[in-house]
Every structure is written in structure tokens, then in C-alpha cells.
Design a protein around this ligand. Structure first.
Ligand SMILES: [Zn+2]
Length: 280
């Protein structure tokens, strides 16, 4: 093996004691340019729409911001506090789940093979009334967070009960999303713990998470068929006043649309429009 150039032990021993002392003094560790670097063999940036893969790229992140996105060059590895070697992998933005109920991971596999109305009204709502609690939501959301991180989902549009418990778990997991409190005319599992004024809860949560970098709190009227006109109109007014998003199930089945036309003379979307939900 070729010997590396430098001071041998013999040469070093001939140096004066003061010089040896100065040599032994630990040097200040240089500040790294990046907190995190990613060596991306295949990068799918999704920038401006087109799906184009760039090869042999580097992403340098400092204080949570991308400082460098460009071709990899040797030496970057020495400028990163931590480097992820993405060779053999595809590097891409986090996936977004546009509609979910995180804590329902605990119901996974239950009642998969029944029609929607049977699934919801005869199976899931009674189960939720019996089992859902703040602790259930915390545990289910924590499990969902681990699964999301494992599979690359970094952002969710979430609606469920105990939105505060969901938001705190989600925030602690370092993930991003809109967490909306479910509202409906049927009794909610948290009525016994939190009272029936869900708008007050949402206002308090919006204050708690005001200015949060990754989370926003919204209103989630469950669906047109489970919310009367009075509740939906109030949601529209409250959302306008609070400046918050609305998350709702709409026209999920042909039966829902038919029943809406029979009962109100309008489709679910037309009804939401009349009640101000689409303009809030
Ligand atoms: Zn849903």
C-alpha cells in the first residue's frame, strides 16, 4: 500500500514541544453548508408540471429550505451534516393524500365487502360510536403517521373526530396537512367529552395552530346527507368568518344523488351551492 504524504511519527518527534502542543489542539469544526444533502441518482422534481427525470443530481437543504438543486459533484458529501445516498432510488416530492380519516387505520380490513350505505350506517358508524375516543384517535393517527412516512406520504387532507388529537399527533410526527373537525347532525363520539358546540372547538384549535408551518385546521361537515340545511349554512358562515377550508364528502354514490333530488329537488352540489358552501 502506498504511504500517504504527511508527517511521519519520526518527523513529528523532532518538532519542538510547543509546536506539538499547537498541533494537538483540536480545531473548530467547520460549519456545514447543508443540514441535509441527497445524492439523487434519479430525480423527479415535478417542477412546473412535466414528468421529466434528471440524472445524477444533488439536493442541499439548509434550515428547511432547498439551497441547491443541481448536478451532483464530488465534494458535496463533505458539505453536508447528513447525506442520504439515493443511488439506486428515485428521489421525488412527498405524496399527498387528498382525502383520508387517519385514525381509521385501526378499522382496516373491517367490512370491506359490503355496499357503501351498509358499510357506513350499519357497520362503521355504530363501531365508531362504541369505540372512538381521544385515545383511539391518538393511537390510530400515530400508526397512520408511521405508515405514511414509510411510504412517502408527507401531506394529508384529513377529516375525523377529535381533530385536536389528530392535529397534535400529526404535528409531532413532523408531517404536513389540513386537519378538519367532523360535524354532522348525528351524535359524534366526542360529544360526551367536548360538548356539542364543535365550532367553539374549531376556533380554539385554529388559535392553537395559528402560524403553524405545516398544519391548518378546517371544518368538515360530514356529507350533504348527514348535515341539514341549518348546519351547512352555519358551516359556510363560520368558514367565511374564520377564513378556514371546508372538507366534505359529496356525491359518493348514485343513491346519494337520487335521494338528494327526491328530498330537496337538487343534486348535492346544487344544494351546497345554494347554502353557500361553495362560495365560502
Ligand atoms: Zn371519507
Amino acid at each position: 500500500m502506498k504511504k500517504k504524504p504527511g508527517l511521519s511519527a519520526k518527523k513529528l518527534s523532532r518538532k519542538p514541544a510547543a509546536a506539538l502542543k499547537a498541533k494537538a489542539k483540536p480545531r473548530a469544526r467547520p460549519a456545514f453548508r447543508f443540514d441535509l444533502g441527497v445524492r439523487a441518482e434519479l430525480l423527479l422534481p415535478m417542477k412546473d408540471g412535466p414528468i421529466a427525470i434528471a440524472k445524477n443530481q444533488f439536493l442541499g437543504i439548509k434550515d428547511g429550505v432547498f439551497e441547491v438543486v443541481g448536478p451532483w459533484r464530488p465534494g458535496y458529501e463533505k458539505e453536508c451534516t447528513k447525506l442520504i445516498d439515493g443511488r439506486g432510488s428515485l428521489t421525488m416530492p412527498g405524496l399527498i393524500n387528498g382525502h383520508t380519516h387517519l385514525a381509521m387505520t385501526l378499522f382496516r380490513g373491517l367490512e370491506d365487502d359490503v355496499p357503501f350505505h351498509v358499510w357506513l350506517f350499519e357497520r362503521i358508524l355504530p363501531l365508531e360510536a362504541a369505540l372512538v375516543s381521544k385515545r383511539f384517535v391518538e393511537d390510530g393517527t400515530n400508526l397512520a403517521a408511521l405508515e405514511c412516512i414509510r411510504f412517502g406520504v408527507t401531506t394529508v387532507n384529513e377529516m375525523y373526530f377529535y381533530a385536536g388529537a389528530t392535529a397534535r399527533s400529526w404535528s409531532d410526527a413532523g408531517l404536513r396537512g389540513i386537519v378538519s373537525q367532523t360535524l354532522a347532525d348525528f351524535p359524534l363520539p366526542e360529544d360526551k367529552d367536548l360538548g356539542t358546540d364543535k365550532f367553539k372547538i374549531v376556533r380554539e384549535l385554529r388559535r392553537e395552530f395559528a402560524g403553524h408551518r405545516r398544519l391548518e385546521i378546517g371544518l368538515a361537515p360530514h356529507a350533504p346527507y348527514s348535515c341539514g340545511d341549518e348546519l351547512l349554512a352555519r358551516v359556510a358562515a363560520e368558514a367565511t368568518e374564520m377564513g378556514c377550508p371546508i372538507h366534505i364528502h359529496v356525491s359518493e354514490t348514485a343513491r346519494e344523488v337520487e335521494e338528494s333530488i327526491a328530498k330537496y329537488g337538487e343534486t348535492p352540489v346544487e344544494r351546497l351551492d345554494r347554502l353557500g358552501i361553495l362560495r365560502s
